[in-house]
Ligand binder design. Structure first.
Ligand code: AP5
Length: 220
């Protein structure tokens, strides 16, 4: 097992954060903490959190900060997050970033890097409208760029693939706008603190993964 690693993956919807975080988390032996996946699980299970989150998610809006911060505080307190984590899809607003700093400070930890995966908007639209997801194990595919071996069937767990409700073109456009308005302002702060590394997110998934690996391991 390597040394602890604490990372935030930033980038617009469709940049490939989940695709990369899932594999790298496994490689590094730390949890991938993806607020989107956690919320979708709560929606599928019909919990009070899921019922509250669903209407925001379906229209591509952000779930309120206090809900998300509570979820993350609980998750980071789990034993498997002690040696590190990849935060995927969190923080997404300035108050969330402030809350994360406070949570880490309280336990004497700090972030090693914030990795921004950058992809131009036309490509994001192509990716998200062609994405297929496994509701059982959260694996993601793309109808042309990363198809499963058998159409409509998850390679990892055999589940039936679906298109996410928020991956329609109109909702994707709204999510991109929300990213520009509410999440992009975080980048300057991470840059000022010397934590931000930008990785171009177009090209082969493996090549991008190698670039993220280099960027992350340089921060250890
Ligand atoms: P969330 O699930 O976090 O969605 P997102 O940020 O919009 O990110 P995506 O999952 O869409 O994109 P990704 O970058 O992970 O891309 P992926 O790897 O799948 O959030 C959903 C909703 O939950 C939000 O709208 C909000 O309502 C709520 N929420 C979540 N977190 C929140 C928070 N912190 N605060 C408030 N609300 C929150 O890849 C995309 C596609 O591209 C796939 O098909 C993939 O196969 C393909 N692909 C990946 N890499 C490549 C490549 N190199 N070349 C070609 N295709 C590729």
């Amino acid at each position: 097992m390597g040394p602890a690693i604490r990372l935030v993956f930033l980038g617009p919807p469709g940049a490939g954060k989940g695709t990369q975080a899932r594999e790298l988390a496994r490689e590094w032996g730390v949890p991938q903490i993806a607020t989107g996946d956690m919320l979708r699980e709560a929606v599928a299970a019909g919990t009070p959190l899921g019922r509250q989150a669903k209407s925001y998610m379906d229209r591509g809006a952000l779930v309120p900060d206090d809900v998300i911060v509570g979820l993350i505080a609980e998750r980071l307190a789990q034993p498997d997050a002690k040696r590190g984590f990849i935060l995927d899809g969190f923080p997404r607003t300035v108050p969330q970033a402030t809350a994360l700093d406070r949570l880490l400070r309280d336990v004497g930890q700090r972030l090693d890097r914030a990795i921004l995966v950058e992809v131009p908007e036309p490509e994001l639209l192509r990716r998200l409208t062609g994405r297929r997801s496994c509701p059982t194990c959260q694996a993601t595919y793309h109808v042309t760029a990363a198809p499963p071996r058998r159409e409509g069937v998850c390679d990892r767990c055999g589940g039936s693939l679906v298109q996410r409700e928020d991956d329609s073109e109109a909702t994707v456009r709204h999510r991109l706008q929300v990213y520009r308005d509410q999440t992009a302002p975080l980048l300057d702060d991470y840059r000022r603190r010397g934590l931000l590394v930008t990785v171009p997110g177009e090209g082969a998934i493996e090549t991008i993964r190698a670039a993220i690996r280099r960027a992350a391991e340089a921060g250890r």
